[in-house]
Design a protein around this ligand. Structure first.
Ligand code: NIG
Ligand code: FE
Length: 421
């Protein structure tokens, strides 16, 4: 049996109790911790933890790996519940065009953006897509990410959407981090269907969703509900079809315009509504008292120079805010959750404790993984970060752009360990 013991941790952070599966509103400011702590993992699962004053009476030291975490924090690994990490090529030429003054929408209008990525992805074979996504995910694991959701949406044909989801399936088998897959065929209207929107929606609802569900290729369904992309009525049709096949919704809404997609997604029982940079009072009302998780993507706002989502207003309404990177070649070419943590504190005015809850427990919940990840709790996966020596929790988001991570453990095994500075 593989066993790992962490001792002398400055504190174990995020030691939520077994029944706490997400934290809402004011409770987000509470990040339970055990100071001067130890933690035992056996066969990849946390089996016990406590303060050093309750040091476990271990009799069998055989095969027990011990890590001394003096002056270091141990915290749950990052859960990133919104990414587009499988893509064919970066789009830095559009980045330069944006510097010169073009907007995301200007670039899309001239055939760039998502359609640019789709053209390239259709031409790329499965093995090359797999290899490049694997390298990106390795970087993300090195940066502390232990679970990630990955969307399709750069295929926009039956074959290419399936190709993307098959790549995600292979990534799950090849890498230690947990991966959830989302069908985002409704990411942009493909040129072949320019005069037949209804035909494309039917391809999604009548062919893709049933096939993907039958083959177990996706866990969720997504729609980019936005001016010039997909309407609220189309979002509803896709979420209804997804629900019929056991695929809950995780949707892109309110990035540039408020169309009423949030109310529709809540009504259809969506697991999460993501982006929310542009929020009307009616959107906040629609979310209030729902179980749908608002997932905010501050590194997308940073990169596109668009407004930041109103995190405080969402927390004031008692909601369980989650955070994600949105890693993709167009609006967020970064899968770094440490940057998201800093931007959440600096730009969304979230407290460090709120931001850690939103990047761990609530973000695990935003991909249905709250029972196995997101906190240091007995019975959960032993997937966590050990920091370098840092003075406080607040120092992590405060000293932005600096790598504070010493060790990353996934399922009890190091994927990065303690290289000297
Ligand atoms: O979440 N907004 C839609 N989708 C992505 C961007 C996709 C792209 O530009 O390639 C997003 O920002
Ligand atoms: Fe996205």
């Amino acid at each position: 049996m593989a066993r790992l013991l962490i001792k002398n941790a400055k504190a174990l952070l995020g030691t939520h109790s077994t029944g706490t599966l997400r934290v809402k509103g004011a409770a987000m400011a509470e990040l339970p911790q055990v100071e001067d702590g130890w933690l035992l993992a056996e066969d990849g699962v946390i089996t016990d933890l406590g303060p050093m004053s309750t040091w476990p009476g271990i009799t069998d030291w055989n095969g027990l790996e011990v890590i001394d975490a003096t002056d270091r924090f141990v915290l749950p690994g990052w859960c990133d519940p919104h990414t587009h990490t499988v893509f064919a090529a970066p789009r830095e030429e559009e980045f330069v065009d944006k510097i010169k003054g073009m907007s995301y929408q200007d670039i899309a209008a001239r055939g760039g953006g998502i359609l640019n990525s789709a053209r390239k992805l259709r031409d790329m074979d499965e093995d090359s897509l797999f290899a490049s996504a694997k390298e990106r995910l390795k970087v993300m694991m090195h940066q502390g990410t232990v679970a990630v959701e990955i969307k399709s949406g750069y295929g926009l044909t039956l074959d290419s959407e399936l190709k993307m989801l098959r790549v995600v399936k292979r990534l799950k088998e090849a890498l230690p981090l947990q991966i959830k897959a989302t069908l985002l065929a409704a990411h942009a209207l493909p040129p072949e269907f320019a005069d037949d929107r209804d035909g494309y929606i039917r391809l999604i609802t009548d062919t893709l969703i049933p096939q993907v569900a039958a083959e177990g290729l996706a866990d969720f369904v997504d729609v980019f509900c936005e001016t010039n992309y997909f309407t609220v009525a189309e979002l509803e049709r896709i979420l209804v079809a997804g629900a019929k096949h056991g695929l809950p919704g995780k949707v892109h809404v309110n990035q540039f315009t408020s169309l009423g997609g949030i109310a529709a997604a809540v009504k259809q029982g969506a697991l999460s509504v993501d982006h929310l940079e542009v929020m009307e009072p009616t959107d906040l009302e629609a979310l209030q008292a729902s179980e749908t998780i608002p997932t905010l993507l501050p590194s997308c706002s940073f990169f596109l120079r668009i407004p930041y989502a109103p995190a405080r207003a969402l927390m004031d309404r008692g909601l369980a805010v989650a955070l994600a990177t949105d890693h993709n070649p167009g609006s967020t070419p970064s899968g770094n959750m440490n940057l998201v943590l800093s931007l959440a504190c600096i730009q969304l005015r979230m407290l460090p404790e709120e931001a850690v809850n939103a990047t761990t427990l609530n973000s695990a919940a935003a991909m249905g993984m709250q029972s196995e990840l997101g906190s240091l709790t007995v019975g959960k996966r032993a997937s966590f970060i050990i920091t370098r020596p840092v003075p406080s929790l607040a120092y992590l988001p405060y000293a932005f752009g600096t790598d504070h991570i010493d060790t990353v453990i996934i399922d009890g095994r190091p994927v990065r360990s303690g290289e000297a500075l």
